[in-house]
Design a protein around this ligand. Structure first.
Ligand code: C2E
Ligand code: MG
Ligand code: MG
Ligand code: MG
Length: 283
């Protein structure tokens, strides 16, 4: 609390606010140059099926490698890119790069691409996806899009229509960060999507807090009732993986199984699989 510290703290608070504003302004002005200069890259994090230990797909995660400031995490620039509109060119680039990288990943794996709400609601989003697929030759079954609940709630009718078009094209959509957004579940019935992605906040507490376990079991039950797949994100410990599996969630992603890494490190995943299998074969 800034006030509690007395008058002196207001200036600390002010300069803190100033720093945030400066950083924001810097990001805003730098994003365009960064994009043109080619600062962005994608890292890939494996998603795997616990019973078989098999990698089924990879989530593409954007990285901004600034020549002077080094790695800038998505949390520090995605929202600003959304507010300035830069998310559209950046998002198109991400989609295209991920679809074209897919050819270097095992044939039976898909790539999961995060789609910003702004991008998802852009006028010709489906057209852009279609063009990108044509240009890269990726099969629809190898592409998954991750969209948050909040993105779909902004305009439910439009979102439902977009999801339907994507489903007709054979593209699966995963509801990202599930459980943290909108609590009205009725939309799940109207929306065509293929997967629920249980948010990390439930996973990180599953071994210490029994209500998180209950939430996870409930989401698993919901996914079964809807006939969609389920995955848990942010799995860091073996006990979390064991509890998730006990709750019926057999597909996982997290530091325990592999951190996001550049594509070149994913090319050796044939070797990585043994390691993954060892960790994954949790009774
Ligand atoms: P997200 O889509 O929910 O992605 C998962 C985030 O959790 C990633 O952070 C990932 O590196 C991190 N993570 C994975 N496993 C673990 C774990 O075991 N423990 C912990 N603590 N974290 C884990 P990252 O890469 O910093 O991305 C943050 C968010 O930024 C993403 O959340 C997504 O909302 C957004 N984002 C990332 N890449 C893109 C992109 O290409 N386009 C758009 N629109 N958004 C993106
Ligand atoms: Mg995601
Ligand atoms: Mg997520
Ligand atoms: Mg998340």
């Amino acid at each position: 609390n800034a006030r509690a510290g007395g008058v002196g703290n207001w200036s600390v608070f002010d300069s803190e606010m100033g720093r945030v504003a400066d950083h924001r302004q810097w990001v805003e002005s730098e994003l365009h140059t960064a994009f043109e200069r080619g600062d962005f890259d994608l890292h890939y994090q494996p998603q795997l099926d616990l019973p078989t230990g098999r990698i089924i797909g990879y989530e593409a995660l954007i990285r901004w490698n600034h020549p002077e400031r080094g790695m800038i995490p998505p949390m520090e620039f995605i929202q600003i890119a959304e507010e300035t509109g830069m998310i559209n060119p950046i998002g198109e680039w991400v989609l295209r790069k991920a679809c074209s990288d897919a050819r270097h990943l095992p044939d039976d794996c898909f790539v999961a691409v995060n789609i910003s709400p702004v991008q998802f609601m852009t006028k010709d989003f489906v057209g852009i996806v279609r063009d990108t697929m044509r240009a890269t030759g990726i099969k629809p079954s190898r592409l998954e899009l991750e969209v948050t609940e909040t993105a779909m709630m902004q305009d439910r009718d439009r979102a439902a229509a977009i999801l339907k078009e994507l489903a007709d094209m054979g593209i699966s959509v995963a509801v990202d960060d599930f459980g943290t957004g909108y609590s009205n579940l009725s939309y799940l019935i109207d929306f065509s999507f293929g997967k629920l992605k249980i948010d990390r906040s439930f996973v990180s507490r599953i071994d210490t807090d029994s209500s998180s376990g209950a939430v996870v079991s409930t989401i698993v039950g919901l996914s079964r009732a809807l006939g969609v797949s389920i995955i848990a994100e942010g799995v860091e410990t073996e006990s979390q993986a064991t509890l998730l599996r006990a709750a019926g969630c057999e597909v996982v992603q997290g530091y325990l199984f592999g951190r996001p890494a550049p594509l070149k490190f994913r090319l050796g995943d044939e070797h990585a699989t043994d390691e993954v299998r060892r960790v994954a074969n949790l009774h």
